[in-house]
Design a protein around this ligand. Structure first.
Ligand SMILES: [Mn+2]
Length: 526
């Protein structure tokens, strides 16, 4: 997963399919109905398409959804006036439903997720990178596909290359050497460089390079994980003091981009040395240096200047149900809209830090098991934030000292319970694999539960009412991983009688994945 495959795609065939998709709508006088995903990649997709259709004088309407579920597809079929629907960043996994309900409409799908069924009707143009031997996981995202579509519709739209890069990075497609973009994504980067809307350079990969005091950038950086620093502001201040790099100029805090070459080198060396001391591998600690992508036409000090930060702004808009604002920004709107987006991001951060406060003070919401610590976020925290909160909290000294993985639970809007688990490099060395562990624990819950991920970060979603059983199961599974020698404890394990589930056995016995620090919650559908 961590190293990108060097598959060679067929660009000519891919372009032909894009052409076919564009031909479907290019002379349209009717409204094109666009449906996109609500994460940053989906929002950038929608923005790129919206701008391109606007420029082409094609009327359009955009709707963003969390998941393309069957009821939504059947709702779309009832829009009698709508003749053309364009799906971006979703749709490929829902071909069955689309075949069933929408075959009397012109359909375009620009999706980079693996396909489960075959398109069945003539009026459907499906662009999926896998068909052309491109890896949709790291060579192109929904925003990238939308970009190629937009560029074909009008060459002016090369100025959306930067937005496509924001989408690809938000989907964590930077799997090339030193966190670079590769393949089709790299083509977009080159377009962006040529058009003057993008800059790419090797630099310090801290979150908030443009906007935050350096100590805070350290505190908020979860990729790479900085053991002892991520999530711990006091330690970050102390670390920065020790480097001797002046952190303020007059009354204002300096950011990473304010540092000169020498200071940059000092900071990188300091971080690498510190990382090694804290048990990171050489490769992990050196990953603090990597490719960063900037939007040079955005004002310095704004959230839009660094492409990764831009993505997180969009994400918080999506999560706080402000997708219209996010899409407007991707289409080039600034001023009031940007102000509003910044306020949303601020509100989002406050929500995150409030949750961090709860988790970091000893409270009734924490429960210690023999092999994990549970953060019960039910009724206090949104499911969309539980992953971020556990990611940041696990690196604080308080949890490091416990030497147990942190597992957070929160209730979703749809009533299911989301579980987010995070470990440390030290625990991985002791045998921890949360991805395998959660998958095994989930199996006993039943067919509606799903879970998996990486050794250091994994997630699951289970029906409400089964979450506490899942935690107990996970605790038992982790016992086997972390204390393999004490095989037969005197008291029998509290494991629920295993109902027969249709879950494939082969999945649980899957071989260990290579180390990765990316946190993704694998879901079978979007
Ligand atoms: Mn995507």
């Amino acid at each position: 997963m961590s190293s990108a495959k060097s598959t060679k795609g067929n660009f000519k065939e891919f372009s032909n399919r894009i052409d076919a998709a564009v031909d479907t709508i290019k002379d349209s006088k009717d409204t094109v109905f666009c449906v996109s995903h609500i994460d940053a990649d989906g929002l950038t997709s929608a923005g790129i398409i919206g701008k391109a259709l606007h420029r082409a004088n094609i009327p359009y309407h955009i709707r963003c959804v969390r998941q393309l579920e069957l009821p939504i597809i059947s709702e779309l079929s009832m829009l009698k006036d709508v003749k053309t629907i364009l799906f971006t960043d979703l749709g490929g996994g829902q071909l069955e439903g689309i075949n069933k309900y929408l075959s009397d409409k012109e359909i375009i799908i620009l999706d980079h997720h693996p396909v489960l069924a075959k398109p069945e009707f003539e009026s459907l143009v499906h662009v999926n990178p896998f068909e052309f031997n491109y890896d949709g996981a790291n060579q192109i995202s929904g925003a990238g596909l939308s970009y190629f579509f937009a560029k074909k519709l009008g060459s002016k739209n090369v100025d959306s290359a930067s937005i496509a890069v924001v989408g690809a990075l938000a989907d964590r497609q930077d799997k090339g050497e030193k966190n670079s973009l590769i393949s089709l994504n790299q083509k977009i980067v080159e377009d962006g460089l040529k058009a003057g809307v993008l800059e790419a350079k090797l630099d310090i990969r801290l979150f908030g390079r443009e906007t935050r005091p350096i100590y805070q950038a350290l505190e908020y950086t979860t990729d790479p994980f900085l053991p002892g620093l991520t999530g711990d502001g006091d330690m970050c201040i102390r670390f920065m003091r020790d480097t001797g790099i002046p952190q303020q100029r007059g009354d204002t805090w300096r950011t990473i981009q304010d540092l000169n070459t020498d200071e940059r080198r000092m900071l990188v060396e300091g971080l690498i040395t510190y990382g090694l001391k804290m048990g990171m591998t050489a490769q992990e600690s050196q990953s603090i240096l990597g490719w960063v992508y900037n939007l040079p036409n955005e004002q310095t000090g704004t959230l839009l200047r660094d492409a990764r930060e831009f993505g997180s702004l969009l994400n918080s808009c999506g999560r706080l149900k402000a997708s219209g604002i996010a899409i407007g920004i991707c289409m080039g709107e600034r001023k009031f809209l940007l102000q509003e987006a910044e306020e949303i991001m601020h509100a989002y951060r406050i929500k995150i830090s409030k949750s961090l406060e709860i988790i970091n003070q000893d409270s009734e919401h924490l429960k210690e098991y023999s092999n994990l610590i549970l953060f019960d976020g039910r009724n206090i925290i949104d499911d969309t934030m539980i992953g971020t909160v556990t990611s940041i909290a696990i690196s604080s000294k308080r949890f490091i000292d416990k030497n147990k993985p942190l597992v957070g639970i929160a209730i979703s809007e749809d009533g299911t319970v989301k579980i987010s688990s995070r470990g440390t490099t030290k625990l991985i060395k002791q045998g921890l694999d949360l991805g395998l562990g959660l998958r095994e624990a989930v199996e006993s819950i039943g067919s509606e539960a799903e879970g998996g991920g990486h050794n250091i970060a994994a997630g699951a979603r289970v029906p409400q009412g089964t979450e506490m059983l899942l935690i107990e199961n996970l605790n038992a599974v982790l016992e086997k991983q972390l204390h393999p020698k004490e095989e037969k404890p005197s008291e029998p394990k509290k494991k629920a009688p295993k109902p027969k589930t249709p879950t494939q056995k082969s999945k649980t016995t899957a071989k260990k994945k290579p180390k990765s620090t990316k946190s993704t919650t694998k879901k079978s559908s979007k």
